[in-house]
Design a protein around this ligand. Structure first.
Ligand code: ARG
Length: 460
């Protein structure tokens, strides 16, 4: 655009145009850009900085530009650098000289800050809805499998029996925290920067609060230098996204393990697995693996933008343009992952028989035996030691804890009585009757709470 290159004698080279242009990716903020410009034009008219007629011409023109973009009739010219200039230049073609008044009291620096904040707000709301859908799938599977028991692990060693619903709801909790973290991040994105100008504010009598209200912002930024150069809200989005993706990845990892022949705790629906091109017996958990794999790129975007920002002096610097591909790609990756995983969870087929088979191995009731001795009066450390000897005897003699007779037990402590044989995986689980524990009554309450959280979201 000639007026922008004003004092320059030469045009940028092709390579420089390509290097500096954000249009190939920032076009996706066109809706936010148009909305922001409409609010700005309305405010300029309200403050008598432009006339009401001029504002109307501009607003109608902006709507026409938007509809061209929406109907794929818009010609994105790479030399126009970014979506802000592309829209303004097309507006000038449609409405003529009046278009030049839109940019009064505004800079692309506060304009892009505004668009990014609007984009981030919408992105957060989209992710929150996707989180709820995934949580709903977890709740549905927990309800469907409410009495299934499986081994719980620590250090990947058989530890204690837990309810499958309890295990699934552990992920519900992680995603609940993610939802809340995004809600908190929303607050920081929800601050309106327009009126900050290039960096120092604007030399016009603006009504910034009016613009904020029109665009649904809670408040306006308080320091123009900060407002044009702050991308903390994008970094917060990326950081929330990284945590959420880390949770998806952990879940993916378990599903991959559980669907192996060694565990065989779960089978993926055919529509969420892929066949091997060479080994016909295989059903590969590629979808889960990709969820685990894509986590890396979201972390990468977080590290990337933190690094981009770390040495930037005030105020706006072009480096900030790097915020866009980071959040766009992170957003698409997270949003698709949440959606695909919700479908995958919904269609999982659990295999309770294989879970009970595993429960029968590995002396998983050893802690219950120690607890038994404690209830008969032994200090826990002592009870733990006796049970350890008992387990090592059982291993050496090839016995299970169930197949040992009372006489066998008496070798280790006189406190054992016939009721030692009452110990079972089901009793073990139901004895963990504390808030957050794996006892069925507790898990039922956790499930009820989870169900309510999901239901409330879909009612509103
Ligand atoms: N495309 C730019 C960005 O994304 C818009 C702001 C450009 N401002 C400027 N003074 N060159 O950051």
């Amino acid at each position: 655009m000639s007026h922008i290159r004003g004092r320059f004698q030469k045009n940028a080279t092709e390579a420089v145009i390509k290097y500096t242009s954000s249009l190939p990716f920032d076009w996706r903020m066109y809706h936010h850009d148009v909305r922001g410009s409409i609010a700005h034009a309305h405010m300029l008219a309200k403050q008598s900085i432009i006339s009401t007629d001029e504002a109307k011409v501009i607003v109608d023109g902006l709507k026409a530009v938007e509809s061209e973009i929406e109907n794929s009739k818009f010609d994105f010219k790479p030399e126009l650098e970014d979506i802000h200039m592309a829209i303004e230049s097309r507006l000038a073609e449609i409405v003529g000289a009046t278009a030049g008044k839109l940019h009064t009291a505004r800079s692309r620096n506060d304009q892009v800050a505004l668009d990014m904040r609007m984009f981030t707000r919408d992105a957060i709301r989209e992710i929150q809805a996707a989180i709820r859908i995934l949580q709903k799938a977890l709740v549905a599977q927990a309800s469907k499998n409410s009495d299934v028991l499986l081994p719980g692990y620590t250090h990947m060693q058989l530890a204690q029996p837990v309810l499958l619903a309890h295990h699934l709801l552990a992920y519900f909790e992680m995603f609940q925290r993610d939802f809340e973290r995004f809600e908190d991040a929303y607050k920081r994105a929800d601050v309106m920067p327009l009126g900050s100008g290039a960096l120092a504010g604007a030399a016009y009598n603006l009504d910034r609060e009016f613009v904020a209200k029109e665009l649904g912002f809670s408040t306006v930024t308080q320091n123009s230098l900060d407002a044009v150069s702050d991308r903390d809200f994008v970094i917060e989005y990326l950081s929330c996204a990284s945590l959420c993706m880390m949770h998806i990845s952990r879940m993916a990892e378990e599903l991959i393990l559980w669907s192996s022949a060694e565990f065989s705790f779960v089978e993926m629906d055919d529509s969420y697995a892929t066949p091997s091109s060479i080994m016909p017996q295989k059903k590969n958990p590629d979808v889960a693996e990709l969820g685990r794999g894509k986590t890396g790129r979201i972390y990468g975007h977080l590290m990337g933008l933190l690094t981009t920002m770390k040495g930037l002096p005030l105020s706006y610097n072009r480096d900030l343009q790097e915020d866009k591909e980071a959040i766009f790609d992170a957003h698409d990756t997270l949003s698709n992952s949440l959606t695909v995983f919700a479908g995958m969870i919904d269609t999982l087929i659990f295999k309770p028989q294989n879970m009970s088979r595993s429960l029968a191995q590995g002396y998983i009731l050893a802690t219950d035996i120690a607890d038994y001795l404690v209830k008969k009066g032994l200090p826990f450390r002592k009870a733990h030691g006796i049970t350890g000897q008992l387990v090592s005897h059982a291993i050496a003699t090839g016995k299970t804890l169930e197949s040992m007779t009372l006489a066998d037990y008496h070798e280790f402590s006189p406190l054992f009585a016939e009721d030692i044989h009452d110990i079972s995986v089901a009793r073990s689980a139901s004895s963990k009757n504390v808030i957050g524990g794996t006892a069925p009554t507790q898990v039922a309450q956790q499930l009820e709470r989870a169900r309510k959280i999901v239901a409330e979201f879909f009612i509103c």
